[in-house]
Design a protein around this ligand. Structure first.
Ligand code: ATP
Length: 328
């Protein structure tokens, strides 16, 4: 049986196939000539390598913003290019069915734009599934059971908190800050407090390294903001926390808003069973513990937070009852 489960994310795009697992997992970015921005020269990892060192005559194109298509032409070109890569790697001439994850808060227009883009890229019989539901399914949750579930999805561009049960959404809140904003906040902090300029890739590495190294200070290399000369600075992990706290507070407020909208019985399900955290931003060191301390319920990080949406979309290819319940 063929078909694709696709998570078209602001930061990363992941594609799964039944029985093959994940066949594409790369940044949602392409490099194009300035005068032909919808004709990709490089896609995914290869394009991202040139972030912060893009030669003149080229531009870096991100076809998605906040999890939705912002430019139909470049999104279509991106999907065509990724399908070509997937085909080379794994697809033995199978059908072109697809289930694509879409933010729970996407408007009808945004959903229509995504469907249109997918069709134009050559996919047939495309169904959309809310990303939090797909993520939960990929993490082993049955979204049709009557017990309520709450998913906290911290992606690259958006954080989305969604409660659902028995095939229906109970409440959903979105804020436009997530992993990429955490990266920006860190870069801004280094510039303001240490007069150090770092590129996007360096700031992102620091964010991920702060995970692994809990206590020792980090040695960060960048350029002096005044002289432009290379410089090393030492940054305590507490400073990383301080740099990120405004952004994390916004995610906490969004979660609070979503909890307040839940019906009483559903809220009590969440209080006793806890919430599921998905998305790369949820990998931030101490993030799930912070939510547990703030709200007092257990927070489980999905086993594969970066790929569970695509995994769930792939499972849904053969679960018509889930597609019918959550919007098809
Ligand atoms: N180990 C890590 N520690 C902290 N952040 C991480 C880690 N790994 C990935 N991230 C962050 O996760 C984010 C990308 O997550 P993900 O791939 O789930 O987003 P996306 O699905 O593309 O975005 P969106 O849901 O907004 O469309 C990036 O901001 C990245 O920096």
């Amino acid at each position: 049986m063929g078909g694709f489960g696709i998570d078209l994310g602001t930061a990363n795009t992941v594609v799964g196939q039944p029985r093959r697992g994940i066949v594409f997992d790369e940044p949602s970015v392409m490099l194009a000539h300035t005068d032909e921005p919808t004709v990709p020269v490089l896609v995914g990892h290869e394009a991202r390598e040139l972030t912060g060192r893009t030669p003149s005559g080229y531009i870096m194109v991100r076809p998605l913003q906040d999890g939705v298509v912002v430019d139909l032409e470049s999104a279509r070109a991106f999907i065509v290019a990724l399908l070509r890569k997937v085909k080379r790697r794994a697809l033995p001439g199978r059908g072109r069915r697809a289930v694509i994850g879409v933010p729970a808060g996407a408007t009808t227009l945004e959903c229509r734009a995504l469907l249109e883009t997918a069709h134009e890229a050559g996919l047939r019989k495309v169904a959309l599934l809310p990303e939090p539901v797909a993520g939960a399914l990929g993490a082993g949750v049955d979204p049709l059971e009557s017990r309520a579930h709450l998913v906290v999805d911290v992606g690259g561009g958006t954080s989305e908190i969604t409660g659902f049960c028995y095939g229906g959404i109970l409440s959903s809140r979105t804020c436009r800050v997530a992993g990429d904003e955490l990266t920006r906040a860190l870069a801004q902090y280094l510039r303001a407090e240490h007069r150090l300029m770092v590129g996007d890739l360096t700031a992102e590495n620091i964010k991920a390294t702060a995970d692994a190294v809990a206590d020792p200070p980090l040695i960060i290399e960048g350029r002096d903001a005044a002289t432009g000369r290379a410089r090393l600075v030492t940054v305590e992990t507490d400073e990383v926390k301080e740099a990120l706290h405004t952004t994390i507070d916004e995610i906490i407020q969004t979660l609070t808003g979503c909890l307040e909208e839940l019906p009483a019985q559903a809220a009590s399900d969440i209080m006793s069973n806890g919430v599921l955290a998905v998305g790369g931003g949820a990998l931030m060191s101490g993030f799930t513990e912070l939510l547990e301390d703030t709200f007092g319920f257990p927070v489980k990080l999905a086993d594969r937070p970066l790929t569970c949406v695509a995994e769930g979309a792939t499972i849904a290819l053969h679960k018509p009852e889930i597609l019918a319940a959550y919007g098809g």
